[in-house]
Design a binder for this molecule. Structure first.
Ligand SMILES: N[C@@H](Cc1c[nH]cn1)C(=O)NCC(=O)O
Length: 452
């Protein structure tokens, strides 16, 4: 494989993904301005984000199928065109319906980007490199949030709504040009893709990807570890910190910054862990899920407001959910044949976004119900109502954990039938511990005999 060419192709793909993340997160930064521009309340503004995520999640499987059929180049370029048009629409929109339409286009274009970039990896990189490159992709893309938080916010506050959104639309135009000019689906000499698949064959391919327990292990892994971080970063984190925990906007922004930073730093760790211990991927997912549940439990059960160190720990643990959810795509890649990886990746990527969507909606619903019942004492975003509302997350964490354990049994049975036997982790750890103690005793014995 031609390594410099592979890295060039990957860089173009990642740039397009980074621009997609900037488009995705830009509306969150302009929430206050959106309230004024569209004369809308909080519920209407949050509807923009929920709808955008709904479109994103709903398109994952169709996009996965299309990327297997038409390749990454056309899908990434098409996604950038849609996002550019969506932001152009938003730049001039002055009614809620026009604004919502813009966000729907952004959600659709965004949906076409990530899995198409991930689809390039097994085609351009050797299998041993793939876990690390997968992590680097997710990690680099998160820098897109920096674009929406820094230059976009700066232009928004200095020049106003229309120039800020026009700037973002121009980034997508640049992405289209770069992708069409430089990105190629496969290395030279790679057999051509079969783009002639009919509807029936597509259905068969989707059914096969779904029936593969490894794909479902990826889906439930992504579902369980990613959503708490998405809910925190895209929706309830900021009001919880500022209104319920009383941190003030400065500390809340710093905690959000810590969230982005830890997410980026943790990426390479998970990449090398997966490359070194491919048989321990689901154990790692379960460990991160348990750590998430424990940290949220500590914050929500803390008498009064939680100390800053605990909130920082929460931001850090939630941040780790992003890179660890990439393990889900690793399952999709390693358990499916090449021609079905896009479809399987699409299935996996639905998980975390559906869980996040349901949680964002249910937390809002519980907060509203508690307020209407008089429990919140007129403070919609008070600490006690948030304690109850955010506990919705435990239901999804538990559900995801149980589904991972169940589907993992199927994966292990399938591997055993192929002659691959994975020993239970506690058994391996106990054996290592005994071995270490035995070596320690041998060494002590040798030293004693040298001294006497
Ligand atoms: N897990 C995320 C990506 C990620 C990596 N590190 C932090 N977040 C994911 O599933 N991304 C899909 C997307 O479209 O961004």
């Amino acid at each position: 494989m031609n390594a410099p060419r592979a890295w060039l192709i990957w860089t173009i793909g990642v740039l397009a993904y980074l621009v997609a993340v900037a488009q995705r997160t830009s509306f969150g930064v302009s929430g206050l301005e959106a309230t004024e521009r569209f004369h809308a309340g909080a519920a209407a503004v949050s509807f923009f984000t929920v709808l955008q995520l709904l479109v994103y999640a709903g398109l994952q499987i169709p996009v996965g199928i299309l990327v297997d059929r038409f390749g990454s180049r056309v899908m990434i370029a098409g996604g950038a065109v849609l996002m550019g048009l969506g932001q152009l629409e938003l730049a001039f929109a002055d009614s809620i319906s026009a604004g919502v339409f813009g966000r729907v286009l952004v959600g659709a274009g965004d949906a076409m980007t990530f899995i198409s970039v991930i689809r390039l990896i097994p085609l351009w990189f050797a299998p041993l490199r793939a876990p690390l490159v997968t992590q680097l992709t997710g990690m680099s893309g998160q820098l897109g949030q920096v674009i929406s938080v820094v230059p976009f916010a700066l232009v928004l506050h200095s020049a106003g709504w229309t120039p800020a959104y026009l700037m973002l639309a121009s980034f997508s135009a640049l992405a289209v040009v770069l992708v069409l000019a430089m990105l190629r689906d496969t290395p030279p000499g790679h057999p051509p893709r079969d783009g002639s698949q009919g509807l029936r064959a597509t259905g068969v391919s989707l059914a096969r990807a779904w029936r593969q327990p490894g794909t479902r292990l990826g889906l439930w892994s992504h579902f369980t570890v990613q959503f708490c971080g998405t809910v925190f970063a895209m929706s309830w984190g900021y009001p919880f910190l500022v209104s319920a925990q009383g941190t003030g906007p400065g500390v809340a922004s710093a905690l959000m910054g810590l969230y982005v930073l830890v997410g980026m730093v943790a990426g390479p760790f998970f990449g090398s862990f997966v490359a070194k211990h491919p048989m321990r991927r689901s154990a790692m997912v379960l460990l991160i899920s348990a750590a998430t549940a424990l940290t949220w439990a500590a914050v929500l059960a803390w008498p009064g407001k939680a100390p800053l160190w605990l909130l920082a720990l929460l931001a850090a643990v939630l941040a780790v959910g992003g890179p660890s959810s990439m393990i889900g795509f690793d399952f999709a890649r390693t358990f499916n044949p090449q021609h079905r990886i896009g479809t399987a990746t699409g299935i996996v990527n639905v998980g975390g976004f559906v869980a996040a969507l349901l949680t964002i909606y249910l937390v809002g619903l519980v907060l509203d119900l508690l307020n209407a019942s008089g429990f919140s004492g007129g403070n919609l975003y008070g600490l006690d109502p948030f304690r109850i509302a955010l506990s919705v997350q435990f239901v999804f964490l538990l559900l995801g954990g149980v589904l991972i354990v169940l589907v993992r049994r199927k994966v292990l049975r399938q591997m055993a039938a192929q002659g691959i036997h994975v020993r239970p982790l506690p058994e391996v750890l106990a054996e290592r511990f005994r071995e270490r103690r035995r070596r320690g005793r041998d060494l002590d014995g040798k030293q004693d005999s040298t001294v006497h």
